[in-house]
Ligand binder design. Structure first.
Ligand SMILES: Cc1ncc(COP(=O)(O)O)c(C=O)c1O
Ligand SMILES: N[C@@H](CCCC[NH3+])C(=O)O
Length: 436
């Protein structure tokens, strides 16, 4: 049996607890499936960055940690992180709204993304956000026009594509030359020159993001060194770069055997590669701040003995947590009731009720005896979990619960089926019910 890898979640009195709260109590109150988040774990994840970058001391004066909301945009989660000092990295006007509503000041928000619309750019400028990360020449022109139309000058970083392989899953690597992100390395100089010439822009930063779930620091080191070269080059050409945005944070251990990441080693890489430039540095970690802080709590609907395999059929499904289906991602799965010492383990396919074979959380996972009605916790689900949920198969969005010590609150409730249906309508020109 896998050990519980995080301090926010532990077996006590024969049951898995989130801080001081038994998960069975949460299942009784919020129903299942439900995401459950630990505030202590969020704090510990923040502290790892705060310590590595001396955020509360003199070393951190020129470093901003802008939490990438895409990893988990629940308002209570954002509020917890911003109370610790986080700014925000947003990729849509919706995320920007969330950041503002959660209390993050506009001047601590950066706006990334490869396809920001005219309306989104205008909203960001009107809100007065810290920086817009521009990813293409057409976007430069559009932003300049929008800013000029509003009588404003946009604070801009250009996201460049350093052509570095992040050595992560292909679907979440973003810094290779074939990826859609950033301005081609060979066009970077010309793009900055153009930005400097456009009336509505103040180009002051270089941004990159090479991918997510990096368990090694070497790809970061390669990419950051290229950024340093570019900054030096741009300065030599009279373009005064004051800011560097280094993109997402370190990866997280999903399996016990995953080694790293070491925040201190990452911070060391940052200092060694770009520290000498005297730039203000923005970091945009998402996953590493929230992944370990969340579990997906689910109930066993059936234990189905197939002829060839044993299936543990849960009430959670791919629509609630899509990472295993989409990236073949591993999530450790634990029974909420602590198994007896030496309980026999047997291989089970852990699946959901959705009508796709891909609705599988784990294949051949070795688990102790389980029966219908038992609760399980799918670990390390705080990042890219609830935010990627859908209503596929007309399953309502999964609720979210935040725990702090002995306190707990439902921070997003499960919508009712009536609410889902109320969003739709049948036009009067369609045949009425009963006709054919
Ligand atoms: C531009 C940008 N910044 C930050 C992040 C957050 O990355 P991570 O969750 O790996 O820290 C992402 C997602 O990969 C991203 O696309
Ligand atoms: N959704 C991905 C990460 C995407 C990163 C976004 N830039 C995951 O779960 O691993």
């Amino acid at each position: 049996m896998a050990k519980v890898p995080s301090p926010g979640f532990a077996y006590r009195d024969g049951e898995l607890h989130v801080e001081d709260v038994p998960l069975s109590a949460i299942a009784a109150e919020a129903g299942t499936p439900a995401y459950v988040y630990s505030t202590a774990e969020l704090r510990a994840n923040w502290r790892a960055y705060a310590d590595a970058f001396d955020l509360d001391g003199p070393g951190g004066r020129d470093v901003a940690v802008c939490y990438a909301l895409k990893a988990n945009s629940n308002l209570a989660v954002i509020r917890t992180l911003t109370a610790l000092g986080a700014g925000a990295d947003v990729v849509s006007v919706g995320e920007m709204q969330r950041a503002l509503v959660a209390g993050i000041p506009a001047d601590r928000i950066v706006f990334s993304g490869v396809g920001k619309t005219r309306d989104e750019l205008a909203a960001a400028l009107k809100a007065g956000i810290h920086q817009i990360n521009v990813e293409s020449l057409p976007e430069l022109d559009l932003l300049s026009a929008v800013a000029s139309g509003l009588g404003l000058v946009a604070p801009v970083a250009l996201r460049v594509n350093p052509d570095v392989d992040a050595q992560t899953h292909g679907k979440i690597a973003t810094g290779r030359k074939e990826d859609k992100f950033g301005i081609d390395w060979s066009q970077a100089g010309a793009a900055f020159a153009r930005a400097a010439a456009l009336p509505g822009l103040r180009p002051l930063g270089v941004a990159i993001h090479i991918g997510s779930q990096l368990l090694k620091t070497s790809p970061f080191a390669l990419a950051f060194a290229k950024v340093a070269e570019l900054v030096t080059d741009l300065r030599a050409h009279g373009i005064g770069i004051e800011r560097i945005d280094l993109g997402g944070g370190v990866g997280v251990p999903y399996r016990e055997e995953d080694i790293g990441p070491d925040h201190r080693a990452y911070a060391q890489v940052v200092r060694e590669t770009v520290g000498h430039l005297g730039c203000h540095i923005t970091l945009e970690p998402g996953r590493s701040l929230v992944a370990s802080a969340g579990v997906l709590l689910s109930r066993v609907v059936h234990v189905k003995e197939g002829l060839h395999r044993r299936f543990l059929v849960l009430d959670a499904a791919m629509n609630d947590l899509i990472r295993p289906s989409l990236y073949d991602a591993w999530h450790t799965i634990l029974p909420v009731r602590q198994p007896a010492r030496g309980a026999p383990l047997s291989a089970m396919d852990v699946v959901g009720p959705v009508c796709e074979s891909g609705d599988t959380f784990a294949k051949g996972r070795r688990l102790p005896p389980m029966q219908a009605g038992d609760l399980v916790a799918i670990l390390t689900a705080g990042a890219y979990g609830a935010v990627m949920a859908s209503t596929y198969n007309s399953r309502p969005l999964v609720p979210e619960v935040l725990v702090a010590g002995g306190e707990r609150a439902v921070v997003r409730r499960r919508p009712t089926l009536e609410e889902l249906l109320a969003m739709e309508s049948v036009p009067a020109w369609l045949p009425p019910p009963g006709s054919r």
